[in-house]
Design a binder for this molecule. Structure first.
Ligand code: PLP
Length: 277
């Protein structure tokens, strides 16, 4: 049985129900987070919650419990689920309203939902290399917000799935932004490059862990603009996110790009060590 938390109650996930009049359902008016728990310990929870609270503030969503209470509930969800390694999904919407209206009713109580899924892919040295494709970025203009309005991302992932691709990498005006569900790094002449946060991307927690690791290893790094051509000509391309960790790209649009993996191996090793700490 998978245990979840919904508005004050711990429930069997199968029994959790919310109203179709919830603003999360009607408008995607909600914020979510995804984080890993390795060996029942939440990984980088403070960073995930920092981003979560910045996002809540950005869409002016007030939550009726404190950060500490939320952390305690997350901890309980992790403990109540009988899995060492979990992916925790947290979503808070602006809640239920009797009458559908774009303008929210300030009196409504937020809906708080937390559940756990098995973490299938532990970071490991033998992780598969992945195939990606490049597409023009047609998502909305505030991709820094981890909003649940994910239709564009869903469409990219459906296309990717149909074409047997592991990830779609987006570009805007010729410059790489991020993946449909990941951040992007590349290596050129032993220097690591990643699009800066000014490029309308989600500030990935894994991205910042990887940046710290690269810096600690004294490998040159720049957060800069990366053109589509730069990515195609890079020596190494990596993608990062919470569910998959860090992965090496083997192909972009059916052209083999995997040339080296020296820096990837070094960084991946440190990342695995961090997740075991
Ligand atoms: N970019 C997008 C669009 C994402 O959906 C995700 C994760 O789902 C990421 C980047 C990576 O973020 P994180 O490392 O915090 O999981």
């Amino acid at each position: 049985m998978s245990v979840c938390y919904l508005n004050g109650e711990f429930l069997n996930l199968k029994d959790a129900k919310i109203s179709p009049l919830d603003r999360g359902f009607l408008f995607g008016d909600s914020i979510y987070e995804v984080f890993a728990a390795y060996d029942k310990k939440a990984f980088r929870i403070e960073e995930h919650l920092d981003r979560f609270y910045i996002n809540l503030k950005e869409i002016k969503l007030t939550v009726n419990i404190s950060r500490q209470e939320l952390k305690n509930i997350i901890e309980l969800v992790i403990q109540k689920n009988d899995l060492s390694n979990q992916i925790i999904y947290l979503q808070i919407s602006r809640g239920y309203e009797e009458i559908r209206n774009h303008v929210p009713d300030i009196k409504s109580e937020s809906t708080i939902f937390i559940c756990s899924f098995p973490l299938k892919n532990l970071p490991n040295h033998n992780s598969d290399k992945v195939k990606i494709s490049l597409r023009e970025d047609f998502r909305w203009g505030k991709s820094n917000i981890k909003s649940t309005s994910l239709l564009a991302n869903v469409l990219y992932k459906i296309q990717g799935n149909e074409e047997n691709l592991d990830e779609i990498i987006l570009h805007d005006n010729g410059y790489i932004t991020e993946g449909a569900v990941s951040n992007v790094f590349c290596v050129k002449n032993k220097k690591v490059l990643t699009p800066s946060l000014q490029n309308n991307i989600l500030p990935g927690v894994t991205r910042s862990v990887i940046i710290d690791i690269v810096k600690k290893l004294n490998i040159p790094l720049a957060e800069s603009r990366i053109s589509v051509e730069d990515l195609k000509n890079a020596d190494e391309v990596w993608i990062t996110n919470t569910t998959k960790g860090i992965l090496l790209v083997s192909e972009i649009d059916q052209i083999k790009v995997f040339r080296e993996d020296m820096i990837f191996k070094e960084v991946q090793e440190k990342f695995i060590q961090e997740t075991l700490a």
